[in-house]
Every structure is written in structure tokens, then in C-alpha cells.
Design a protein around this ligand. Sequence first.
Ligand code: GRF
Length: 206
Amino acid sequence: MRLVILASGRGSNFTAIDDAIKSCKLNAQIVAVVSDKSDAAIIGKALKAGVPNVVVLARKGFATRHDYDMALTDLVEGFNPGYIALAGFMRVLGKEFVERFAGRIVNIHPALLPSFPGLDAQKQALEYGAKVTGCTVHFVDEGMDTGPIILQRAVPVLEGDDEERLSQRILEQEHILYAEALALLADEKVRLDGRIVRISDGGDAR
Ligand code: GRF
């Protein structure tokens, strides 16, 4: 599975995915990392990990959002990806991008969707008073964190949690979950049935 990763920041999910590939838990190759931020930590991590294409495509070089989306779409298409994994990519993808790669874009979100979509999901869960939150790997559609859910993992909110502590415990689970979901995709065990994701594992549907 040829994988392109889009990210804007720290890159810990990139590292988890790369580790899963290198330890043969995920049958994929990261063919490119694309970031919209030239100072993102993921860039150094991707170069160090030996990703063959590490590209910065900043929004400020383009007159309109549409121009940027078109350039991003063409750039990513040039890498001939099987799947595109968003890992902390802080831009909403344009219609062109989502349509061109329909059913082949996945994202990880630090909450149990459909609860707490959008920014600061961990803070939203804390402020709401949720007792359980977690993380979700889902397909990307044109909405904000609204696409079909592939896998989820629950994380309890503990007494005394602040945003940082809760985010850290969720992040540990994100790293496991993202590699697991991508492995299911790489092994062609994922099927879409309307908006329901069916997973076959040795013949059983989950
Ligand atoms: C993660 O919390 C992910 O759920 C969210 O953005 C964050 C990215 O973290 N979409 P990292 O850059 O992978 O460390």
C-alpha cells in the first residue's frame, strides 16, 4: 500500500505508522510526507526516517484556497497513493481533493466521534464532563470529522485530568489504533456498506 501522509505538526502519529511498517505490522510504504508548515517537526522526523519525498506546500504561496487545494491534489496524485493518511493536518481538505481520492483518505481524531468533532477535542470532552472519550480513525468526506468510522478506542477521563494528561493518554492509543486501521486497509479487510464500515478478519465481520 502506497501511503501519503499529510501533517502540520509534531508527527508522533507519523512515527507510530513508520514504526509499524518497519516492524512488519503494517504492509505499506510511506511514499511521501506533505506538510503545509515549513517549521513542522514532522519534516525532520520524515527525513530522518528516510521517506523518499518530503514536501512543504504552504498556503501562502497561493492566491486562493481553491488554487491551493488544486495544487495539493495534483501534488499528492503524483505520488500515486493507495491511501492518504491525515495525521494532524490542520487544514480542511477542498472538494476537489476529497472527490479525487474518494474512499482513500483517512484521518485520526482524538475523540469518540460523532462526539467532539473539530479543534481541541480533548478540551471539549473535559469541559463537557464526559467520563469516557478516546480516538477514532475514519474515512474523510467533505464534512468536519463526519466520514464513516473505521476503528475507535475508548479512554477514560480520570479525576484530576487536565487537557495535557488526557491528550497524552489518548495519543498513546491513537498510535496503536492508526497503525491497526491502516493494516486493515492494507490487507483489504475494510469494506464500505453505505456509511457503515465492515471489517472482515478471517471471515468474521465486526
Ligand atoms: C493528534 O492528536 C491527532 O488525533 C490530531 O492531531 C494530532 C496530531 O499529533 N488529528 P501528531 O502530529 O501525530 O503528534
